[in-house]
Write a protein that binds this ligand. Structure first.
Ligand code: AQP
Length: 329
């Protein structure tokens, strides 16, 4: 029996944060053992908000290098750039015709992101449909993503079921695979909103590639509260977030972390969190520096990955085109 398919993508819309790392990237390499995995750089998603072309191009290869540094083996998994596999947008167009505008208007991420734009373009509204196509194109069973993507995965299931009912069974219905700890890392400056790589405040996030001193400084400045005791509680979102970060890097539960710091003050907690992050990221940062210089190797990984992905995608797309009634000779 063929192994089940895992698919996930990350946008090269900025340098990646520990939110992206803990919610998604750090869990990808383990999945390679039991599944056939596809990991994608979602550059077409990234342009739904304005990007500088040269930065986008550079960050796309940065992200390929980061995937490899985090243990993605291009011989085991398919690693590729979304814009190099045109089947994604071809399927997205068909799926747009069975997606209601009302449903897209209700997406939390659309509401958040559209508020930050002077003019809201159609790409931002349609973003989730492209994401649905990304996933369905490969008959994906599991999508390892952070909690912020749950609504998009539910939309994917809805649209897949709608297509399967209207035509005939075509798509596998995927499930989300969110990590138990670290599925929602919050901003260090405003712990009621998620840590995001495009946050205007640099102190709100820690980048995977931040230098140790920068990491220590940002954690020192993290917003806590005036209670002064370490509890893993919704009433103390800043402290809770620090415990989440600590326990994710230490591979323990937040409750175990809470016990460890039961007698500690916030200064001590922050120092320990900073050291856990510095230590946890060090091997990734080292491997990244070695890999990123080798542009030829990275380009070759992308080329091979795009060919393999396109081959798989064609199987689904041909089926879809036949079912909706497109003439195929
Ligand atoms: N704060 C977070 N906690 C846990 N997981 C997170 N992810 C993102 N932020 C957190 C997960 O990272 C993966 C890649 O996300 P993306 O780059 O495709 O887009 P995003 O979710 O919109 O991430 P950002 O950092 O907030 O990007 P911008 O600022 O460009 O919108 C996903 O699996 C996501 O769940």
């Amino acid at each position: 029996m063929d192994k089940k398919i895992v698919f996930s993508a990350i946008q090269p819309s900025g340098s990646l944060t520990i939110g992206n790392y803990l919610g998604a990237l750090s869990n990808f390499s383990e999945l390679q053992k039991d599944y056939n995995c596809l990991y994608c750089v979602a550059d077409m998603h990234a342009i739904t908000v304005p990007q500088k072309p040269a930065d986008l191009r550079r960050r796309t290869l940065d992200l390929i290098a980061l995937y490899v540094a985090c243990g993605i083996d291009p011989d085991k998994s398919i690693l590729y750039i979304q814009s190099q596999v045109p089947e994604h947008t071809e399927l997205a167009w068909v799926l747009n015709t069975i997606t209601s505008v009302g449903q897209l208007n209700r997406m939390t991420q659309f509401k958040d992101k559209s508020q930050k734009q002077k003019e809201v373009y159609a790409g931002l509204l349609n973003y989730p449909v492209l994401m649905v196509a990304d996933i369905l194109l490969y008959q994906t069973s599991y999508v390892p993503v952070g909690e912020d993507q749950r609504q998009h995965i539910e939309l994917t299931r809805d649209i897949a079921e709608r297509f399967n009912t209207r035509y005939s069974p075509t798509f596998t219905i995927p499930d989300i695979l969110a990590p138990k700890v670290g599925a929602r890392i919050m901003s260090l400056q405003n712990p009621s909103s998620k840590m995001s790589k495009s946050d205007a405040d640099e102190n709100a996030f820690i980048l995977i590639l931040d230098e140790p001193d920068v990491i220590r400084r940002k954690i020192k400045r993290a917003v806590t509260d005036s209670i002064g005791e370490v509890h893993y509680s919704d009433d103390q979102p800043g402290v809770k977030n620090l415990l989440d970060i600590y326990s994710s890097f230490k591979h323990i539960t937040p409750q175990e972390a809470e016990k460890e710091f039961a007698q500690a003050g916030y200064g001590e907690l922050k120092e320990a969190v900073a050291e856990a992050v510095v230590e946890g990221l060090a091997p990734v940062q080292k491997r990244y520096k070695e890999i990123r210089e080798d542009k030829d190797m990275l380009e070759s990984i992308c080329k091979t990955g795009a060919e393999k992905a396109s081959h798989l995608a064609q199987r689904t797309l041909r089926k879809v085109y036949r079912k909706v009634g497109f003439a195929q000779f």
